[in-house]
Design a binder for this molecule. Structure first.
Ligand code: ADP
Ligand code: ZN
Ligand code: ZN
Length: 711
């Protein structure tokens, strides 16, 4: 009798099986008129209470060719579902590769045979069955990569960290400067693990795999392409299934992936690395809104029940939550303050906009620097803080602005195809010839996007020359310019190859790249991060600027040969702001200490715990009324945990309307995580019920976001 069980498991269903099944087995079962993939969650010898054997539908088939999903994996899923307030089945099935759902047992068997044959054909005995992928990857090796098979001896700092890692029994926060060689530590940690246990598996998470082709190449180079597989949303369904199977069957040694990979089935997981652990993209923003970083710590602890499983969180600018955990001794902090080969960290130069000509996009001294660097064959990076920086079309006569008709946001002016595009809903219209409100012909963009900065810089640097007398080349890297497949890769390659002198971009350029010839990084429009309603804005800005600065001066030999001044230039109206004082000293600990003091006195995370109840409806009033009803229901039922929690009034989101849908939210806060969890768990059934009552009927969607990272 196999019964994916009943009570306490939310959306699980019971079935009957004539053959014995193990928990974790994959099965196909009837559901209504369809047949669907299921996971055996619990097995009962007798039908559960209230059910008779003949009322149960039979399991159609079980995937005997696949090992069952392990107890630790199921425990991880169960925890994630409970903690993030989602259905167990939803979380479990979302963790499986979509193509698995389409296969029946026979088709799966054929697929497995093909994979094993391919692995043998590639001359690999315990290979990952990813031969075709290895070739794809080899073709896509990053040109910026050092020649193959050069394994550097660890620096003294790396050696000390590796020795400490071998002893550590706690989650490790690897606090290493940009360019201190954190990646080399991950590689060596994985190597040490595989020397001890050749069957062990390591999971390496990165914020955005498309931005870090170098990392995959470095792992493949060190461990051979066959033992390394990637798991992220950029894969084709067939690749994703193949890689998932390689991990699940224990063939892949290293799984490299984005946040979704935290749910990979890894029967012999012994090491989890979360690179750039501060990155907000580790938090999912739809479905189960999980934090892959937090789950990594939880998963390592779960696995440690079986055998030692180490978790390493790495960053030059750790999340304040992680830093706080290290201060409290819950995480072990290991440091690498110096850069490889003694390369210098960039010096901060603040450009006071109060002293510069009005309305200048790039102040003259900075422009002169860009030209001078290009003239010496050095590269520069110009970073635009994206927030509030997209160009909007405006009429100076009547004040009309290019608003999106469906969203409470401005549509952005795109010069290339002369369109106005909403970045929230995608709505696009041609640019009007005259102001739609007053007929004025003189409508112009205000604010500037990367496209304009690129163009503007091109014009300003028209007279500038490279060492060989040729014109300076300006290029752009942002979500718009890299939408076409492969264009991101080719732009990064051009930068690595030195075919670009000045690269203009958004957040995207600041992350992880190991550029070798950059000596100057410039930050534009950073002031919005100093004075934002979002209490995390300073933390984000500090991380962004320090990470961006980290792209400069990475190659000590190049810097020495050039006798270059490695610098971070920041244009600001507020040069006296304390954030810049800490930035100038590259003093993350001082910045973190100051921020944590503020958070403590305001009782903000990590000194309190938060959840958001979000609601979407056709009108703002409906969304807010439902949230208010939800609060009232919680109060009148005096739910557990409520006494220790605060329910704040409903509010519209910052971008209140998207694609014609109004969005509102309500913040729940508690000094106690268990109290907040108890409250949310008890609240959920009430929310489901409320959905069917008057204010709820007009509701389109609701969701709970636990530990939200953006308010
Ligand atoms: P991080 O991830 O800390 O920013 P990386 O791991 O990318 O730093 O290392 C920065 C650069 O230094 C890379 O080009 C890397 O190949 C090189 N590197 C790392 N460790 C060593 C070492 N022990 N000896 C020589 N070069 C190293
Ligand atoms: Zn007008
Ligand atoms: Zn819109």
């Amino acid at each position: 009798m196999a019964t994916p069980a009943h009570s306490g498991l939310g959306d699980s269903l019971s079935y009957w099986s004539s053959e014995p099944l193990q928990p974790g087995a994959l099965v196909r079962v009837p559901l209504g008129v369809r047949e669907v993939l299921g996971i055996v969650w619990q097995v009962h010898e007798q039908p559960p209470d209230g059910l008779s054997a003949d009322s149960l539908k039979p399991v159609r088939e079980s995937f005997a060719a696949l090992p069952p999903l392990q107890a630790n994996w199921r425990a991880l899923i169960a925890f994630a579902a409970r903690y993030y307030q989602r259905g167990l089945g939803e979380v479990a099935l979302a963790a499986l590769p979509p193509q698995l759902r389409e296969l029946d047992g026979a088709a799966l068997l054929r697929r497995l045979k093909k994979l094993d044959a391919a692995a043998l054909g590639a001359g690999v005995v315990a290979g990952a069955g990813a031969g075709a992928d290895a070739q794809e990857r080899a073709g896509a090796q990053d040109p910026g990569l050092a020649p193959a098979a050069v394994v550097p001896a660890p620096s003294p700092e790396q050696a000390a960290v590796l020795a400490a890692l071998a002893q550590s029994t706690q989650p490790v926060l690897l606090f290493g400067a940009t360019g201190s060689g954190k990646t080399e530590v991950y590689l060596r940690a994985a190597q040490a693990l595989l020397q001890q246990d050749p069957q062990a598996q390591a999971l390496v998470l990165v914020p955005e795999i498309n931005l870090t082709p170098q990392l995959e190449a470095r792992f493949c180079e060190r461990f051979g392409a066959h033992g390394v597989v990637a798991l992220h949303s950029g894969l084709s369904p067939a690749q994703r299934l193949r890689h998932w199977l390689a991990a699940h069957r224990g063939q892949a040694r290293i799984v490299l992936g984005t946040r979704m990979a935290i749910f990979a089935s890894l029967p012999r997981l012994r090491l989890i690395v979360v690179d750039e652990e501060h990155d907000p993209s580790y938090k999912s923003q739809d479905g189960a809104r999980y934090s892959a970083r937090d789950l990594a710590v939880y998963r390592a602890r779960l696995e440690s029940g079986t055998a030692r499983c180490q978790v390493i969180l790495g960053s030059a600018t750790p999340a304040l939550e992680s830093w706080h955990a290290a201060e409290q001794g819950r995480y072990q902090r290991l440091q690498m303050p110096g850069r490889i080969a003694g390369a210098a960290l960039p010096r901060l130069r603040l450009l006071d906009l109060n002293q510069q000509p009005k309305q200048c996009l790039i102040a003259p001294p900075l422009l002169a620097q860009l030209a001078a660097r290009a003239a010496r064959g050095e590269q520069s990076l110009v970073l635009l803080n994206r927030r509030g920086y997209a160009p909007v079309l405006a009429c100076h006569a009547c004040g009309w602005k290019s608003d999106c008709p469906h969203c409470s946001a401005h549509a952005v002016f795109h010069k290339l195809d002369r369109s106005l595009r909403c970045h929230h809903c995608g709505h696009a219209t041609p640019v009007p010839r005259a102001c739609p409100a007053c007929g004025n012909l003189d409508i112009a963009p205000v604010g500037r996007g990367t496209e304009q900065v690129e163009e503007h810089l091109g014009a300003l640097l028209a007279e500038a020359r490279r060492p060989d007398g040729s014109p300076v080349r300006v290029a752009r890297l942002d979500a718009d310019s890299t939408r076409a497949k492969g264009s991101l890769h080719s732009r990064l390659a051009a930068m690595h190859e030195g075919e670009v002198d000045v690269l203009v971009g958004t957040q995207m350029v600041a992350k992880g790249h190991d550029f070798r010839r950059i000596t100057l990084v410039a930050g534009l429009n950073v002031d919005s991060g100093l004075f934002s309603s979002d209490y995390r804005a300073p933390e984000r800005l500090f991380a962004l600027l320090l990470q961006a600065a980290g792209r400069a001066g990475r190659d000590a030999a190049f810097v020495a040969a050039q006798q270059a001044e490695v610098e971070l230039w920041v244009q600001t109206w507020y040069p006296q702001h304390p954030l810049f004082a800490a930035l100038a000293r590259h003093d993350y600990p001082a910045f973190a200490a100051q921020q944590l003091r503020e958070r403590a006195s305001a009782q903000m995370p990590p000194f309190s715990f938060q959840a958001l109840l979000r609601a979407e409806a056709r009108t703002q009033a409906t969304a807010q009324a439902w949230l208010q009803a939800a609060a009232d229901a919680a109060r009148s039922a005096s739910l557990p945990g409520l006494a220790q929690s605060t329910l704040y009034p409903p509010l519209p989101l910052t971008v209140q309307r998207v694609a014609g849908v109004e969005r509102a939210q309500m913040l729940v806060e508690s000094p106690s995580r268990p109290a907040l969890q108890a409250f949310l768990a008890a609240w959920q059934p009430l929310l489901h019920a409320l959905r069917r009552q008057p204010p709820g009927r007009g509701l389109l969607r609701w969701a709970i976001d636990v530990d939200p990272v953006s308010l």
